[in-house]
Design a binder for this molecule. Structure first.
Ligand SMILES: C[S@+](CC[C@H](N)C(=O)[O-])C[C@H]1O[C@@H](n2cnc3c(N)ncnc32)[C@H](O)[C@@H]1O
Length: 343
């Protein structure tokens, strides 16, 4: 293990708003580019490319991704970014648009290089204190929890969720969608090499053309062939993509460096498409062949999280632990960890 390197594990924040304003059809999407850049400056990252459709906007960032829907803001950043510092400016813009925060969820894995993280990400305790101080008092149902993994404490899942009076009981109205967040470490070195510029096919490519080539050569384009993909290759290595398919996004980020290689996959799926998750996860494992993998599902039915194991285990990864915990607004979060049989 390298003493220090790029922190692949992302911090992820999802904020949901409500409002009576007639402009809610556009809602948060009316945030102008300058304000967005300013907000991201606080987080210490920048926009590298953007796409959108009639449902939402998707941005590839210098450190991961951002998705903006009319009443939903999802930001995922890695490295030493200050993700939680996006909350105060975002809440101030939302208030000006007549939107009220009704629930929020913050999740992350365990950092590979925790000592490199700046405040407020110095520890989960500091993150909770910062969240508690930044969120409005109408979010009166709050819960923080570290979901354990039996592999090692390195694979714990940190979750903070807060909700207002109207949204805390998910069990009564299971949402139409669920989210799946996958974190993978110790990628197959031969496959990881494909995320170095020039290695996937050679030639003098730009970030865009290299990104496209990586998407094709690695099989990422095949994970959801319906999705419109925006991809980006970093120099000399590293890769990020966002896929948009109607109202659903998917996103992949890769840190291929030896010693701390990491890749993440995340997507949102409709509850009634849940059988697809089996096929999707198989394709994801085949792109990276990781030695360890964690899968977290939020607001998913039991059918979904039981099919996670059925998809992954035949590919040589054993389920080592499964933790289930209920959270305000998020419902059940199920955190499963897998490890290759050779370990
Ligand atoms: C932003 S990407 C993907 C992030 C994602 N969380 C992950 O680790 O899978 C990170 C990869 O790009 C590389 N990289 C090269 N230039 C970079 C830059 N200017 N900002 C962030 N990452 C860069 C890093 O070394 C790393 O391999």
């Amino acid at each position: 293990m390298a003493l220090s390197g790029f922190e692949g594990f992302e911090k992820r924040l999802e904020l949901h708003f409500s409002g009576n304003d007639p402009v809610i059809g556009i809602g948060l999407r009316q945030l102008d580019f300058e304000s967005l850049e300013e907000l991201l400056h606080t987080v210490q990252c920048t926009i590298v490319s953007a796409i959108g459709n009639r449902f939402f906007d998707a941005y590839v960032l210098s450190e991961s991704s951002l998705f903006i829907y009319p009443t939903k803001f999802i930001i995922k950043t890695c490295g030493t970014t200050l993700l939680l510092k996006s909350i105060p400016p975002l809440l101030s813009h939302a208030t000006q648009m007549g939107l009220t925060l009704c629930w929020c969820r913050y999740t992350r894995g365990t950092f590979i290089f925790p000592k490199a993280q700046p405040f407020p990400h110095t520890s989960f305790r500091e993150e909770i204190i910062y969240l508690e101080q930044s969120l409005p008092i109408n979010l009166c149902y709050r819960k923080a929890c570290v979901m354990p993994s039996k592999i090692t404490s390195q694979y714990s899942w940190h979750v903070y969720s807060a909700s207002d009076e109207n949204n805390h009981l998910v069990a009564q109205h299971l949402p139409d969608f669920f989210t799946i967040e996958v974190c993978m470490t110790e990628l197959d070195p031969v496959l990881a090499r494909k995320f170095y510029r020039g290695e996937s096919g050679g030639g003098n490519y730009t970030s865009d053309t290299s990104g496209k080539e990586m998407t094709e050569v690695t099989g990422i384009s095949n994970i959801n062939p319906r999705a419109f993909v925006c991809d980006f290759a970093f120099d000399p290595c590293g890769y990020s993509m966002n896929g948009i398919d109607e109202a659903h996004y998917s996103t992949i980020h890769v840190t291929p460096e030896d010693g701390y290689s990491y890749a993440s996959f995340e997507c949102v799926m409709a509850i009634n498409d849940h059988e697809d998750i089996n096929e999707v996860l198989k394709k994801v494992v085949q792109v990276f062949r990781p030695a360890t993998m964690s899968v977290s599902t939020t607001s998913a039915s039991e059918d979904v999280w039981t099919s996670v194991g059925k998809a992954i285990e035949p590919l040589g990864l054993n389920c080592r632990s499964c933790a289930i915990e209920e959270f305000p607004a998020a419902g059940n979060i199920v955190f499963q960890t897998f490890m290759t049989r050779r370990k």
